[in-house]
Design a protein around this ligand. Structure first.
Ligand SMILES: *Cc1c(COP(=O)(O)O)cnc(C)c1O
Length: 375
């Protein structure tokens, strides 16, 4: 049996007639950059995320960059964030000449540990940038409480978390700006690059709309030094076809997670395989289903590859130890929980169309690997 980590073929095949019609609409109207499809998508996304404004842009990476630009983050500023994330979480800070200040993660949830934030606040701290990793919100109450006390802004990297909730508040609605990605492997994926921002603040929304078109509120009159970062009409049209299905896809991911929990518990691997924990009040959308393996993660991964099972490691090198950030002067041991997670985590297939027999095969294969090794 083959179990890919992610397979979009079935999902796209089911929607193909609608997607082709949507692409045809863009061809007919020449709405290639932003345009009416993107505007309609932005309205739908604002509703879906429970915010006043959604603003399309060229990628999730740009969404973070634009959000920090809207807050005037620049040289001399510090932004507190997690080292256990995708690269763009931190490159957006350094691109603006600001300094990332890393805070270690909570090992159960893989998100920034709010208890360790306050010690890192200085007069230069401009913002806190939590990431809702794997589709579960960071501890936003605690983070917002600290931020309010020090008058610091919060920006959510919600690239993996569209539709995730923390006590009925949506990812992207709990800070000044939420940053999302339409990269094809995200829960709402485009057919190319794309992203969007969310905000409830009129002024920030206006700035973001200008910043994505070279900083011009009025064409050829540049108030800011912005970017060229626009969502294109084809992506807008395709995403409008997909968005109405997102809730159902998320429920399928959550059901798949439940099946994993049931099957792993039956396999009695509790001592060896640690399953992802859900925080109280969290609605986890399982962009990734990430287990922890003590000791033999890489060997298990090779074995699963031989079994035809796709897995991945998010992320093998924490960001404070990346070569390009060597100038920050970090060393091994500085952020031990993130470093340990990098050695122990393994993402299993969780996509909505995954079948029960495939999930059974994944768990059986993992059980076989460990039983074989016990004898
Ligand atoms: C995917 C992702 C991004 C970047 O999104 P792109 O659309 O690929 O630029 C940023 N942060 C996190 C946590 C991500 O998973």
């Amino acid at each position: 049996m083959q179990v890919p980590l992610l397979d979009l073929k079935d999902q796209n095949a089911a929607l193909r007639p609608e997607i082709e019609a949507a692409i045809g609409r863009v061809l007919n109207t020449n709405g290639f950059i932003l345009g009416s499809e993107v505007a309609a998508l932005e309205d739908d996304l604002a509703g879906y995320c429970g915010v006043k404004h959604a603003i399309g842009c060229a990628s999730g990476s740009d969404a973070i960059l634009l959000a920090l630009m809207a807050l005037n983050v620049g040289p001399g500023d510090e932004v507190i964030t997690t080292p256990y994330s995708f690269f763009a979480t931190v490159s957006s800070i350094t691109r603006l000449g600001a300094t990332p200040v890393f805070v270690d993660i909570e090992p159960e949830y893989f998100n920034i540990d709010p208890e360790k934030i306050e010690a890192k606040i200085t007069p230069r701290t401009k913002a806190i940038e939590p990431v809702h990793l794997y589709g579960q919100c960071a501890a936003m109450d605690a983070i917002n409480e600290i931020a309010a006390r020090y008058s610091i802004s919060v920006v959510e990297d919600a690239a993996q978390a569209i539709g995730a909730k923390d006590k009925d508040r949506h990812a992207g609605s709990m800070s000044i700006a939420g940053c999302f990605s339409f990269y094809p492997s995200k829960n709402l994926g485009g057919m190319g690059d794309g992203g969007f921002l969310t905000t409830n603040d009129e002024d920030v929304a206006k700035r973001l709309r200008a910043l994505r078109v070279h900083g011009a509120e009025e064409r050829y009159f540049h108030k800011y030094i912005g970017l060229n970062s626009r969502l294109d009409g084809f992506q807008g049209a395709v995403l409008r076809v997909k968005l109405p299905h997102l809730e159902k896809w998320t429920e399928s991911r959550r059901e798949n997670a439940e099946q994993y929990r049931r099957l792993f518990s039956e396999a009695e691997l509790g001592d060896i395989v640690k399953l992802p924990a859900e925080r109280d009040g969290a609605y986890h959308i399982y962009n990734q289903f990430v287990i922890r393996i003590k000791g033999r993660r890489d060997e298990l991964r090779s074995y699963l590859t031989e079994c035809g099972i796709g897995t991945d490691i998010y992320y093998p090198v924490p960001l404070h130890l990346q070569e390009c950030f060597a100038y920050l002067g970090h060393k091994n041991g500085d952020l031990p929980e993130s470093e340990l997670a990098a050695r122990e985590t393994l993402a299993l297939p969780i996509f909505p169309e995954l079948r029960l027999d495939q999930i059974e095969y994944v768990v059986d294969s993992i059980a076989k690997f460990f039983r074989g090794s016990i004898s």
